[in-house]
Design a protein around this ligand. Structure first.
Ligand SMILES: [Zn+2]
Length: 213
């Protein structure tokens, strides 16, 4: 099988996302760029994830052109490839309809971290609703992520996260959903108190120094 390494990593990640309840049914999609070639492995459209095999994962080029695989690539391929083109530091991208991220996307403001590990992924900007699968939503996600963003919420849709490898993109997804959950419940209790900005800055500096080692 060609591109076995990236196909296997995408399959493992989608199964983990299903197991963690971040993805339900055939919603959500995950992509990973090859280290050497300008190709991207991406989940196919409308295929049940639990019985999926590595060879079922589609291969596209950086413009989203379908190169390999028996099933059509995800309809969100423009969003994934647009981010991979815009951000050479990013290798993996994850889009899910995780419930609390979707709920918090309906607010107008950015969600805020309440624990130190969540700080790595802020700011989490909100992208206004645009049609799924369109170049317009892809452009808006790229714009909201900016030069170093790791996660955005997409109004009336879900979230999009990314990282330098699959582990980093999955961490962004898990912690962004956790951030949405903690803010949702804390607001319901009337006790919401995000990390102070000085704490966020200190955590971000610590994480950046650790990653630089
Ligand atoms: Zn979606």
């Amino acid at each position: 099988m060609k591109y076995e390494k990236i196909r296997k990593q995408v399959l493992e990640a989608i199964l983990e996302a299903v197991e963690q309840g971040l993805i339900k049914g055939t919603s959500g999609n995950i992509a990973l760029r090859d280290d050497e070639e300008d190709v991207v492995a991406i989940t196919p459209s409308g295929i049940a994830y639990k019985t999926m095999k590595a060879e079922d994962i589609a291969i596209v080029d950086l413009n989203g052109k379908w190169l390999e695989g028996p099933y059509k690539p995800s309809s969100e391929v423009p969003m994934h490839t647009a981010v991979l083109r815009a951000r050479p530091d990013i290798k993996a991208t994850v889009h899910t309809h995780a419930v609390f991220a979707t709920i918090m996307a309906m607010g107008d403001g950015e969600i805020k971290p309440t624990t130190p590990p969540q700080c790595e992924f802020v700011p989490v900007r909100v992208v206004p609703f645009t049609m799924p699968g369109s170049d317009e939503v892809a452009d808006k996600v790229v714009e909201a992520l900016g030069q170093d963003g790791r996660a955005v919420l997409i109004k009336n849709h879900g979230m999009f996260c990314c990282g330098k490898n699959m582990k980093a993109a999955m961490s962004a997804t898990i912690y962004t959903e956790e951030m949405a959950i903690t803010e949702y419940y804390a607001r319901a209790l009337g006790t919401f108190e995000p990390m102070p900005q000085a704490g966020i800055d200190a955590m971000k500096a610590l994480i950046a120094a650790d990653q630089a080692v």
